[in-house]
Design a protein around this ligand. Structure first.
Ligand code: SF4
Length: 97
């Protein structure tokens, strides 16, 4: 488990993490090392979405979060930014007609 649960009074999504008790090193593999095992743990995780959004919101640069590597998260962030821009432009075009 590599997620710190700072708001301990209320149960958070971290409490349902599939990686509780799993070696955190698995989620921070050496450069070029396999991410397969970590992703396997994430695959069966019920809070995968929360974990991924947390990492995206907090700009987590390292490690596997929500079943995604740093590179995969960067790609997702880029895709979302493009989608937002396209939606904004479509909205402006529709509104400005
Ligand atoms: S998605 Fe993966 S890293 Fe995130 S809480 Fe679940 S098992 Fe842990």
């Amino acid at each position: 488990m590599h997620i710190s649960d700072e708001t301990a009074e209320q149960p958070g999504w971290q409490d349902f993490a599939n990686c509780l008790g799993v070696d955190p090193d698995l989620f921070f593999p050496e450069r070029g090392a396999s991410t397969r095992e970590a992703k396997e743990v994430c695959r069966g995780c019920v809070v995968r979405e929360d974990c991924l959004e947390y990492a995206l919101d907090n700009g987590e640069k390292f490690g596997i979060w929500g079943g995604m590597s740093e590179r995969e998260r960067r790609r997702l962030r880029r895709q979302r930014a493009l989608a937002r821009r396209a939606a904004a432009e479509a909205g402006a075009a529709a509104g400005g007609a």
